[in-house]
Design a protein around this ligand. Structure first.
Ligand SMILES: [Zn+2]
Length: 505
């Protein structure tokens, strides 16, 4: 897993603002022909398909940077709360996807096509689940109102510009084969800042207003939004070097806070307790954005000095940090303390226990933990992965495949299951099936080029299963069609089906 530490910098902010500059004359001077093709960019207004393609291209680039969370508990949680908010928003025309970026900066952003990314730094900075949800509801509103697409339309943006506009120029440059993305964005300095701020302000207000309605409908605290903004702004005045990223990309003013509060007048006071999952995930993310040793020493120190807010969470965090640092025995001890301090059962405690036993190669113990907990918490995807991982590690490939295949009937779009299926077949030495499963994994990450390569590898393997062979052939045609759709050039031509998409990037 890769960890990135992106320091907020004034330049970052400038990039974010300037890249959105309306009809900035600077764009005309830049030669974009060197940039990799990220998919179709709109010139005359965007269709839902074009929005989706633009968002898919951008999320692919972000994933390639290695900074998206691959933690199953974090991902499961963010999708669940996101789904709850989407249901309340009443938008049935867009399919939303939620991601966590491991990055200490306080930020969140939405991309056309329903892609919403929350920085770990933002989640770690929230003091309640409603504060987190308020930001997510705001981002969902940007999408339901097609704000980004409207901005892209008015400014003739390419996906590279979109990444730059979102303050992700560094990721864009890193993921591409040159610094061209960054250079293009930086090249626009000096134009139309004020005009841009006026333009976005109306969008921000609308996203706040609709976001608060969504919060209310989901039974979450709509007052959390002004509270969170206010606290960020207050903290920001104390921090040297400037505002958290979210305040820069989302220009907060006192007027905006006052507007948000005015909307709440008349609402009666109500308690909004956090879900327990929120607290476990927040603790985990605080650790995931630190280096392993740094986290162990910080949590150890905080415990020794009794400077924690909540003992069970502090102990859980310490155990997780120790496990991540490879101190398995110590982690097991700390987790036992966390369990007794917490006083009841929680899947996050069981999952960590299973992971520690798995790391210690105590496969029977790990399997028992994952399976028992799975009975109590049947919807936990993390426990399911843990069970499959243990069976694979123990060399019980057939048992693993039985478990994985039955889970795939429930969760057909789950990339993680295909990744494990490939590993199980690799263990059995069934290369054709391994490559085929690996291809399905890539398809679910929207990485069609590598998926095509895997299917071509599968085709070249010797095998006498005619049925499997024709399945692979048919799937290759499907995936080539998907790749063609997502890789249309500006002139409308499609990729030659024999060209692996990856070769272009
Ligand atoms: Zn916004």
């Amino acid at each position: 897993m890769a960890f990135r530490f992106v320091k907020p910098s004034a330049r970052h902010a400038l990039i974010a603002v300037l890249a959105l500059s309306l009809a900035a004359p600077g764009w005309a001077d830049i030669n974009y022909s060197d940039l990799p093709d990220l998919g179709a960019a709109s010139r005359e207004g965007m269709s839902p398909t074009q929005e989706r393609e633009l968002g898919e291209g951008a999320i692919r680039e972000i994933r390639r940077s290695g900074a998206l969370s691959d933690d199953p508990e974090v991902n499961e949680y963010i999708r669940r709360i996101g789904g709850k908010l989407v249901d309340a928003s009443g938008d049935i025309s867009t399919s939303f996807s939620f991601y966590v970026l491991i990055d200490k900066t306080v930020n969140a952003f939405a991309m056309p096509g329903g892609f919403i990314v929350i920085h770990s730094g933002l989640l770690a900075a929230t003091q309640s689940e409603s504060e987190l949800a308020s930001v997510m509801a705001h981002e969902i509103a940007h999408i339901t109102q097609h704000h980004i697409a409207r901005m892209v339309d008015s400014q003739r943006m390419t996906p590279w510009m979109l990444l730059g506009a979102l303050g992700l120029a560094i990721i864009a440059a890193k993921a591409g084969n040159s610094g061209a993305g960054m250079a293009a964005v930086v090249g626009s300095q000096g134009y139309a800042i004020q005009r841009q701020l006026d333009f976005t302000y109306a969008f921000e207000q609308e996203a706040d207003r609709i976001g608060m309605q969504t919060m209310q409908k989901s039974g979450l605290d709509p007052a959390a939004m002004p509270l969170f903004f206010q606290r960020l702004q207050k903290e920001n005045r104390l921090v040297e070097g400037g505002a958290p990223e979210f305040l820069r990309t989302h220009p907060v003013t006192y007027k905006r806070i006052a507007d948000a509060q005015a909307r709440l007048k008349g609402g009666s006071y109500k308690q909004y307790p956090d879900s327990t999952d929120y607290r476990f995930v927040r603790e985990k993310l605080r650790i995931l954005q630190m280096a392993p040793k740094e986290a162990v020493s910080l949590y150890g120190k905080t415990l020794a000095q009794k400077r924690y807010a909540h003992l069970p969470m502090q102990l859980y965090g310490y155990a997780f940090a120790q496990w991540r640092d490879g101190a398995f025995d110590a982690a097991w001890q700390t987790l036992a303390d966390a369990r007794s301090a917490y006083g009841s059962d929680h899947p996050a405690l069981d999952y960590l226990a299973g992971q520690i036993r798995l790391s210690q190669q105590k496969y029977d113990a790990a399997l028992a933990l994952f399976r028992d907990a799975g009975q109590h918490f049947p919807s936990s995807r993390a426990l399911l992965y843990g069970e499959a991982d243990t069976l694979i590690a123990a060399g019980r490939y057939d048992d693993a495949l039985v478990r994985i295949h039955s889970a795939q009937e429930l969760y057909a779009s789950d990339a993680n299951l295909y990744q494990r299926e490939a590993r199980a077949y690799a263990g059995k030495g069934e290369m054709q099936r391994q490559y085929k499963a690996q291809a399905e994994y890539y398809v679910r990450l929207l990485e069609y080029g590598p998926a095509i390569e895997q299917l071509q590898l599968a085709q070249r393997q010797p095998g006498n299963d005619f049925y499997l062979q024709s399945e692979i052939d048919a799937r290759l045609l499907d995936v080539m069609a998907l790749a063609g759709r997502s890789d249309k050039r500006g002139d409308g031509s499609k990729l030659d089906a024999s060209t692996p998409v990856a070769a272009k990037l």
